[in-house]
Write a protein that binds this ligand. Sequence first.
Ligand code: PLP
Length: 364
Amino acid sequence: RYNFCAGPAALPEAVLARARDELLDYHGRGLSVMEMSHRSNEFVAIAEQAEADLRQLLGVPSNYKVLFLQGGASLQFAMLPMNLLGQGGSGNFIQTGIWGKKALNEAKRLGFSHNVAASSEASNHTAVPAQDALQVSADAAYLHYTSNETIGGLEFDYTPHAQRDDGANVPLVCDMSSNILSGPLDVSQFGVIYAGAQKNIGPAGLTLVMVRDDLLGHAPSTTPSLFDYQLLADAGSMVNTPPTYAWYLAGLVFQWLKDDMGGLNAMDALNQRKADKLYAAIDGSGFYSNPIAPRNRSRMNVPFVLADATLESAFLAEAEEAGLLNLKGHRSVGGMRASLYNAVPEAAVDALIAFMADFEQRRG
Ligand code: PLP
């Protein structure tokens, strides 16, 4: 069976098997990782190894803190303005879909100054605005974007940038929830990168935040401790009990990426191949379609519709019978969506393409 769920998503089988082997008795210690104190030597070693492996995979520079938090990517929508606008200035947002809008709305809700620097709404979010279309406000404290819109299936094909009037770069903040670790990344271009874990990192309940040192320490003193990046960084993400088991599983995923999959360049090539195949199958049929501009088509989330929408439920039921799970599109947009995260093997894409061709032949 293959799981195309958008999140919580498939985890690598090798990771699940190792977690199962270690479930009741971690390395002969006589207890499960779930039962360990987060302050114990055993757990601290697990936590530090996970961070070291992530730093190595992504080449995270030493002037960035890596935080392992709770609250999901959605809590970061609020924590970002709380931490980065505490001294004034405005949050600038590139809008390319539902998640970017939620990030903007949370800043609005908290009463922070904000500006929409560019939006793809006029094209119904089918093409990412070009770099020259960005209109960043003079008081911009950061520029936020969503590198991959999980619902629309729209992915940036470039890294945006903006300068202040004095020539300094505006810190770039990116929600990478659904495409982090899908390929190599130049972390030094960013002020903050964040991601909910439940797609390419691990299970739900963990949120990864990477923040450049100069952006720490700007939250007002009334900010709750758990929302203050500086305090979280000072405490090694252990101001309170962290999501220990999810952190451990994320560490297993990082090891799998390094040791089993050959790192992020290899992952990049594999993800490109998987996505190219599926889009080619969609484009080559008169029955399936995807509306996104080719250069912005997401490699991770491939939405598509059938020429005859009345066949959708039959498509989903038959796909499920064929072992192809969770292909239903997001409830807000309908249609189909195949999520092709790192843990989805190429064989899953081949099986989906074969099923789609067969369905089209029989029902199209
Ligand atoms: N941002 C993106 C791009 C997402 O895909 C999601 C969830 O699917 C979120 C944010 C929200 O994440 P969470 O549920 O961890 O708050």
